[in-house]
Design a protein around this ligand. Structure first.
Ligand code: 2NL
Length: 339
């Protein structure tokens, strides 16, 4: 008999109730008037008189445990149903999805792309790991140019050289190799240089380069295109200035300045009281560069330019430290909401 009670006790302990029916079955079968506990009490007469006291106490304890268990099953079933109702109550306010933001570099890259697309440029992309030809040789870099040194460029392999691209001109070389003029293409993208990281320099940054090759493309076309871009991007009163310069891949070459967006050219600490801020460089594509990619420089001419996306973003949004772009501080990033 005691063994039977032990078994019943174990069963009660293990009982679960996932539904109202389960709970009702437990009530009827265990603690109800015709349940096992009542059944045990009715067996009292069969127990030897000297054992009745112990038997009674045991069954009583079992009855208490069973009732407690019933309460427990009832509460947990009610709780589960209540939370289920909360889950499906469509009249309750929604838990809003948090909106992500667009990284300022992405935002500016897209904005620049849209401006050039409006005057017929397409967008081209290419690999960030480049061979010597596309990053240097095809662009008329002499064999001993400093950019080819380990301290300036991240080389992954030597002889033959494989490196992280130092500019997106490599993308444009690929376009020239694979397409016939007229070519009007814009190559935005991430580039790498072995620089010490500071408020003004980083080893990873972004560039946008433009290339236009056709018959009779002139330096005036270059100036017009850059002037159009500067007004679209920085505002209608923006002026541009070209200063003579040198690049291996263009001849003649120039640095590109825009009138300071902060003081409108009057002079402030952003433009170091010159009224002008440099945003990139440009020039007419060197005949050697056209030749290297299989374009006849007697038939075609072209212009090209390159601009720093970080630089332009800092100017437009008055950001004074380049490191903010890669620190992932949400207080900074959340200030740039939409495209
Ligand atoms: C700068 C200067 C420049 C180019 C990039 C280029 C590309 C080809 C041929 C010739 Cl395929 N030139 N790109 C030309 C002049 C300047 O970048 O300061 N960039 C941030």
């Amino acid at each position: 008999m005691l063994e039977q009670i032990k078994k019943i006790e174990e069963q009660i302990e293990k009982a679960t109730a996932a539904t109202k029916e389960d709970l009702e079955n437990f009530r009827v079968g265990v603690v109800g008037r015709k349940g096992i506990i009542a059944d045990l009490f009715s067996k009292m007469k069969e127990v030897a008189p000297e054992e009745r006291k112990t038997f009674g106490q045991t069954v009583n304890a079992l009855k208490n445990a069973a009732q407690e268990k019933f309460q427990e099953l009832q509460t947990s079933l009610e709780d589960a149903q209540a939370s289920d109702i909360n889950h499906h109550d469509l009249t309750l306010p929604n838990v809003p999805n948090e909106m992500g933001t667009v990284h300022p570099i992405t935002k500016v890259r897209e904005e620049i792309s849209r401006i050039f697309e409006r005057v017929g440029f397409n967008i081209s992309e290419g690999p960030e790991i480049e061979d010597d030809w596309h990053n240097f040789s095809a662009l008329n870099f002499p064999p001993n140019h400093p950019a080819r040194e380990m301290q300036d460029t991240f080389f992954l392999e030597k002889d033959p050289d494989i490196a992280l691209r130092t500019h997106t001109s490599s993308v444009q070389v690929r376009v020239m190799e694979n397409q016939k003029p007229p070519i009007r293409t814009l190559s935005p993208g991430r580039v790498y240089r072995n620089e010490t990281i500071s408020a003004r320099a980083h080893c990873i940054f972004h560039q946008v380069e433009g290339l236009y090759i056709d018959k009779n493309v002139s330096f005036k076309d270059l100036k017009d295109t850059l002037y159009y871009f500067a007004k679209e991007f920085f505002g209608p009163n923006t002026k541009i200035r070209l200063r003579p310069s040198y690049f291996p891949f263009t001849e003649p070459s120039a640095e590109l300045d825009v009138s300071c967006t902060v003081c409108s050219g009057k002079g402030c600490n952003i433009c170091k009281y010159t009224g002008w801020v440099e945003i990139g460089g440009c020039g007419m594509v060197d005949p050697n560069v056209l030749k290297a990619s299989g374009i006849d420089p007697e038939e075609y001419t072209g212009f090209a330019f390159g601009m720093g996306i970080e630089r332009m973003t800092m100017l437009k949004y008055r950001i004074n430290d380049l490191r903010l772009f890669t620190e992932n501080d949400l207080r900074f990033l959340r200030q740039f909401s939409a495209l």
